[in-house]
Design a protein around this ligand. Structure first.
Ligand code: CU
Length: 123
């Protein structure tokens, strides 16, 4: 019985010794920084078209439509917002998945709606 308690205590010590390390990386100014991007949407493009961030970054996108209602979506991040013209929408998330993700208009806005895309690169 005592052995089990000792093992449990050892286990807890290992866990508590590991978790401060995790906190350290998230406090690392190079890794956990907030990256803010101002993105505009209009028929039929986003500007900038490509954004690059680092895995672990806290990201704030401020997206504004300049003409008609558009949508702004990044499926893999569960993002889908409606953009009313002239009303900035703030979208915040942590870049926890690495790769290249399509950001696209999710609200029909005209003949080239399906071409209205951009790219988010998370390294
Ligand atoms: Cu559209």
């Amino acid at each position: 019985m005592k052995k089990i308690i000792l093992i449990l205590i050892a286990f807890l010590l290992i866990i508590s010794a590991c978790s401060p390390e995790k906190n350290d990386t998230s406090n690392n100014p190079l890794q956990g920084a907030v990256q803010e991007f101002k993105i505009t949407a209009k028929q039929f493009a986003f500007e900038p078209e490509t954004i690059e961030i680092h895995k672990g970054d806290r990201v704030r996108l401020i997206v504004t439509s300049l003409d008609l209602p558009h949508g702004f979506s990044i499926l893999e991040y569960g993002i889908n917002e409606r953009l009313n013209p002239g009303e900035p929408v703030a979208i915040e998330f942590t870049a926890d998945q690495e790769g290249e993700f399509t950001m696209f208009c999710s609200l029909y806005c005209g003949s080239e709606h399906s071409e209205m895309k951009g790219k988010m690169i998370v390294r």
